[in-house]
Design a protein around this ligand. Structure first.
Ligand code: RTP
Ligand code: MG
Length: 137
C-alpha cells in the first residue's frame, strides 16, 4: 500500500548538522522516495494548525517556542506503508526511551528536542500535508 507522509526535521536537527544523516536513513529504505522538500521558518499560525491537538497541554508553549527557534525542513515521503515506517524509524517520542538505532534513540536529547516529526495516521498525513504543502495534488 503506497502512502504519503509528512516529515519535519525539527530545529535541533538542522542546527546540529544532522539533516543529511536523517534524510539518508529515510532514503536508504528501499522503495521510499522524497518527493518534496523545503527548508523554512515556521510562524505561530502554522504551528497552531499543525499541533492543534496539543493546544492547552503543559508542553504546548515550550514546543511552539522550540519549533520557532530555527529553520526546519519539511519533506513529503512516499512509499510502501511509509506512515508507520517513518514512525518506527523515528522511535518513541522520548529519546531516552527510544532504542539505539532509531533516529530519536541515536540523536534525540530531551522529549521536546527529539529531531523529527512524522504523521501518525492516514488522516493526520492528509491534514499535515495540506498544511505544509498546500499545492500538492
Ligand atoms: P511528533 O508529533 O512531533 O511526530 O511526535 P509524537 O507524535 O511522537 O509526539 P506528540 O505526542 O504528538 O507530541 C508532539 C511533540 O511535542 C513534544 N512533546 N513534549 N512532555 C513533554 O515535554 C512533551 N511531550 C511531547 C515533542 O517534541 C513531541 O514530538
Ligand atoms: Mg504527534
Amino acid at each position: 500500500m503506497s502512502q504519503r507522509t509528512l516529515v519535519l526535521l525539527k530545529p535541533d536537527t538542522v542546527r546540529r548538522g544532522l539533516m543529511g544523516e536523517v534524510i539518508s536513513r529515510i532514503e536508504r529504505k528501499a522503495g521510499w522516495t522524497v518527493t518534496a522538500l523545503e527548508l523554512r521558518s515556521l510562524d505561530r499560525a502554522i504551528l497552531e494548525q499543525h499541533y492543534a491537538e496539543h493546544i492547552g497541554k503543559p508542553f504546548y508553549e515550550p514546543l511552539v517556542e522550540f519549533m520557532q527557534s530555527g529553520p526546519i525542513v519539511a519533506l513529503v515521503v512516499e512509499g510502501e506503508r511509509v506512515i508507520e515506517g517513518v514512525r518506527r524509524l523515528a522511535g518513541p517520542t522520548d529519546p531516552i526511551a527510544a532504542e539505539p538505532g532509531s533516529i530519536r534513540g541515536d540523536f534525540g536529547t530531551i522529549v521536546r528536542e527529539n529531531m523529527i516529526h512524522a504523521s501518525d495516521s492516514e488522516e493526520s498525513a492528509e491534514r499535515e500535508l495540506k498544511t505544509f504543502f498546500p499545492g500538492l495534488v
